[in-house]
Ligand binder design. Structure first.
Ligand SMILES: [Zn+2]
Length: 118
């Protein structure tokens, strides 16, 4: 299963895995609480995957394009993903950095995510 928390939908990733057993999920909620709830709900519903892959884009940050998430939210998301991987696939997980446009906050957002995800 692939979870993409970047602001932008991953057209290429979605196309590559369309029709395969690998599920691509891109939460669409535009408000902070709804976004975190959408991720939580999907991780509770989704079962049976062998590894959890993360497209880790940080452009939803409050000081980036999305203006939606705080730095601490990335730690929450990281923790949710780690816990889901432990429940469902023996903790197998990895993340790929997609970016973020505001380099003033990108580093601390990546660090917050990793604090939860590691
Ligand atoms: Zn993006």
């Amino acid at each position: 299963m692939i979870l993409d928390f970047d602001l932008h939908f991953g057209d290429g990733t979605d196309n590559i895995f369309a029709g395969s057993k690998i599920k691509y999920f891109h939460p669409e909620a535009r408000e902070r609480e709804g976004f975190l709830e959408e991720i939580t709900r999907r991780l509770e519903e989704e079962k049976g995957y062998e590894i959890l892959a993360i497209s880790a884009g940080f452009d939803r940050h409050i000081e980036d394009w999305g203006r939606q998430l705080f730095t601490d939210d990335y730690q929450i998301i990281g923790t949710l993903l780690k816990e889901a991987s432990i429940r469902n696939c023996h903790g197998r997980r990895f993340a790929v950095l997609e970016g973020g446009y505001n380099l003033q906050v990108l580093g601390k957002n990546v660090r917050a995510f990793l604090e939860g995800f590691k």
